[in-house]
Design a protein around this ligand. Sequence first.
Ligand code: G3P
Ligand code: CA
Length: 393
Amino acid sequence: MPRLRSLAPLAVAALTTAAVVGPLTSSAQVAEPAAAAPEVTAAPSAEPGEAIVDDLLVIGHRGASEYRPEHTLAAYELAARMGADFIEPDLVSTKDGVLVDRHEPEISGTTDVAQHPEFADRRATKTIDGVVYDGWFTEDFTLAELKTLRAVERLPLLRQESTTFDGLYQVPTLDEVLALRARLSRELHREIGVYVETKHPTYFDGLGLSLEEPLAQDLVQARFDRRRFSVVVQSFETTNLRQIADAGVDVPLVQLLSGAGAPADLVAAGDPRTYADLVTPAGLDWIATYADGIGPDKSMVIPLQADGTLGRPSPLVDAAHAEGLVVHPYTFRPENQFLPADHDLGADPADFGRALAELQAFWEAGVDGVFTDAPDIGVESRRLFLEAEDASA
Ligand code: G3P
Ligand code: CA
């Protein structure tokens, strides 16, 4: 089974010459309230850096976003305490060029910005990668301004318990996540990895707020060395990943793949290739020239049948492995709403269904890691899978 390639320490010079990076700290930054102490679940032992990428990975998708508002330090901390190998910051830019953690530039669904009358005139309608959004956008706020907002639960109807924590936490910077990672790694006696996704890089390039240079600078500031801890860079676009690879920035790269559409950078360049083209043998062969793995929508690994039940594995895992690419599908969520129809328990979309069984099917299909909103369930599913493998050996 392939694993992420062993790579040399980060070399950033080629990426740090292209842009001026905005201030990385602000007097408006204040300490985050700590997450409520959860039960600590031990993760598999791993040597710093190397071994953690040799294991089957549990990636805390946007943190433990099942239980805390996503992309907050509280969500990341809980993910680590639940045993996630990696925490997953999605990154966008502020007006002053600071990388902050949001799933998209538009922040009305995940912060209380609409309750701030001082920002009412920032509301705008914008088109990002062909999709029209109405709301408030990170690139129109300085870091100091963003820091006055507080995070809220994106899915309050499904995740009512998480709304308990609405209004408590700031939008974190990547720097703050890296500092949290270091602190938790010391406390938990294992190195927590950071699985970074730069969001809408072509869009931000167009605004003069390129994401890759501040990413490299933040990693330098965190004294990143892959022998100490793991950083993976992932993207739904291809050009930024290829630039990182070409620049000699030696971090593992993962090409995200959507079940529909095409990478925004290819669209912008007039390249007709779609995500469907990228999962053909020729597409995977091309990805393997610059990336170490793929992050497909989980339905591309095991498609649903017409009745909504879980089908049979597609050839994708074997085809990717044949190219030396690891496979980390997204996103595993335990609610009935997100499970295959034959994995539901009861009729309430917010209730948890047979999430362990769904994950079990994916480990058995040969995936090398999973993005999950509920790292506790991901860790337990991996334990069960490995236990069953040992028993059958
Ligand atoms: O990065 C893996 C997964 O997070 C991709 O989906 O949209 O949640 O960033 P998204
Ligand atoms: Ca992501």
